[in-house]
Design a protein around this ligand. Structure first.
Ligand code: DX5
Ligand code: ZN
Length: 240
């Protein structure tokens, strides 16, 4: 295995870039999606906020349905909503490829993950920066993705919280026992040219980037640079 796919002996998947449409121009959403498709995005990250779990409101299932009709890219839906079980069917039926729920938002995270997988969807679990990783470790056997929040959920354009990356090592240890193909490790919040390398070095595989992609005029250049910097820094750490 090459250095690019290892983190100190833990196998890692190749780098994936997931632009978050939270930072797109909503009046031109179709063009914005086309633009990041051409720019080499691997997934589209969709931030759903309900005004309760977080102090902001964004999209509902109808927007996901419109996105589904617009792109074949994988729709990576991040639910920042209270009691996501109430909305699960609607987001599945709208065409989400994966739905990620917050462990703080529900009393039945395992049931939700099981439902998602039974419906043939990706099942993601995530946690706020202040929530200990021990809350999610026992759920990882039922998940396809662990999303590490490196900002307080609710808004784009916030400063990266590097200490959150410390949650990845124990998750990689769990993955070693479950098998390397089990769940992906994704990071969300404050990704930039300055921070992607550090995240890759910690073990991140999918990089959500809002302002670092949609805030730039040349999205192809933005995606290519994030990818290259993540790969380069990952190599350096794996070797060093
Ligand atoms: C924050 C969202 C993020 C957000 C990231 O609650 O979950 O996906 O769009 O934005 P940036 O990349 O600008 O920090
Ligand atoms: Zn998100």
């Amino acid at each position: 295995m090459s250095a690019a796919t290892e983190r100190r002996g833990y196998p890692l998947r190749p780098v994936r870039i997931a632009p978050s449409i939270l930072s797109a121009d909503f009046a031109r959403l179709r063009d914005e999606i086309r633009d990041v498709e051409r720019a080499g995005a691997d997934l589209i990250h969709v931030d759903v906020m309900d005004g309760h779990f977080v102090p902001n409101i964004t999209f509902g299932p109808p927007v996901v349905r419109s996105l589904r009709a617009t792109t074949d890219l994988y729709l990576d839906v991040h639910l920042m909503v209270e009691k996501p079980e109430r909305l699960l069917d609607a987001f599945i039926d709208a065409g989400s490829d994966r739905v990620t729920i917050h462990v703080e938002a529900t009393e039945q995270p395992r049931e939700i993950l099981d439902t998602l997988r039974a419906r043939g969807k990706g099942a993601g679990i995530t946690l706020r920066p202040g929530t200990p990783v021990e809350r999610v470790l026992p759920l990882l056997d039922a998940a396809d993705l662990l999303l590490i929040m490196t900002v307080e959920p609710g808004f784009g354009g916030q400063a990266f919280m590097p200490e959150c990356l410390e949650k990845i090592a124990p998750a990689l240890e769990v993955r070693r026992t479950l098998g390397p193909e089990r769940f992906w490790i994704e990071v969300d919040g404050g990704m930039s040219d300055e921070t992607v390398g550090r995240a890759r070095a910690a073990g991140v595989e999918i990089f959500v980037a809002g302002s670092a992609v949609f805030g730039r005029r040349d999205r192809a250049e933005a995606c290519a640079r994030l990818r290259a910097l993540a790969e380069k820094e990952g190599d350096r750490v794996a070797e060093g």
